[in-house]
Design a protein around this ligand. Structure first.
Ligand code: GLN
Length: 197
């Protein structure tokens, strides 16, 4: 199994560490690749798009030719997890800010996002949230986090925070508003491994 982590911005090493713990726990082995340029995505069975700044990240991916590779991968059933800015990029629809700036999205998931849903005064906070299928709550870290404001009928809502959707799945696509790579709890990466199949 080959898992690619888009390594342009954000917590790349942390995602790799979380993946390693989840793999170990599941008694699985995988080759983890950092992806900065085109050419590697087509060989991956799964991809992670970390957080960062979704406009910058989107622009870089486009420039490097990674955007179209990810779209093709998604079409052929490759599992993709997007965290925070990664969630924004997975979306088909954005808020006014996204539409106005004509921000390049991957447009893969039938969700609408609010890019900076939790505002400035609360740029960063943590909360124990429940997550579908988890027995115990998960400590979620929100950093200038987006949220999902609307989703299509094929989208499964996995978690909400104060009534707002913060995690969702559509087939093999997983979108999280928070940062599971910043806690030492590998359950979400483990959940993702199971999605790869
Ligand atoms: N809200 C930010 C954006 O849209 C994402 C923040 C993050 O990834 N920590 O770019």
């Amino acid at each position: 199994m080959r898992i690619g982590v888009i390594a342009i911005q954000g917590n790349v090493e942390e995602h790799i560490e979380s993946l390693k713990s989840a793999l170990k726990q599941a008694n699985l082995e995988a080759h983890i690749l950092k992806i900065k340029h085109k050419g590697l995505v087509p060989s991956c069975d799964a991809l992670i798009i970390p957080g960062g700044e979704s406009t910058t990240l989107g622009r870089f991916m486009e420039r490097e030719g990674i955007t179209s590779e990810i779209r093709n991968a998604a079409r052929s059933g490759v599992a993709i997890m997007g965290t925070c800015a990664g969630l924004v990029l997975l979306a088909k629809h954005g808020d006014e800010q996204v539409e106005k700036t004509n921000q390049a999205l991957l447009g893969l998931m039938d969700i609408k996002v609010n890019r900076n849903a939790f505002g400035r005064q609360k740029e960063s906070f943590e909360s124990m949230i429940s997550f579908v299928g988890f027995k115990e709550p998960f400590k979620a870290l929100f950093i200038r986090a987006p949220c999902i404001t609307d989703c299509g009928k094929d989208v499964e809502i996995l978690s909400t925070y104060n009534g707002v959707i913060v995690a969702a799945r559509q087939n093999k696509l997983l979108a999280l508003a928070f940062h599971p790579e910043l806690t030492d709890d590998p359950r979400i990466h483990h959940y993702f491994l199971k999605m790869i199949g």
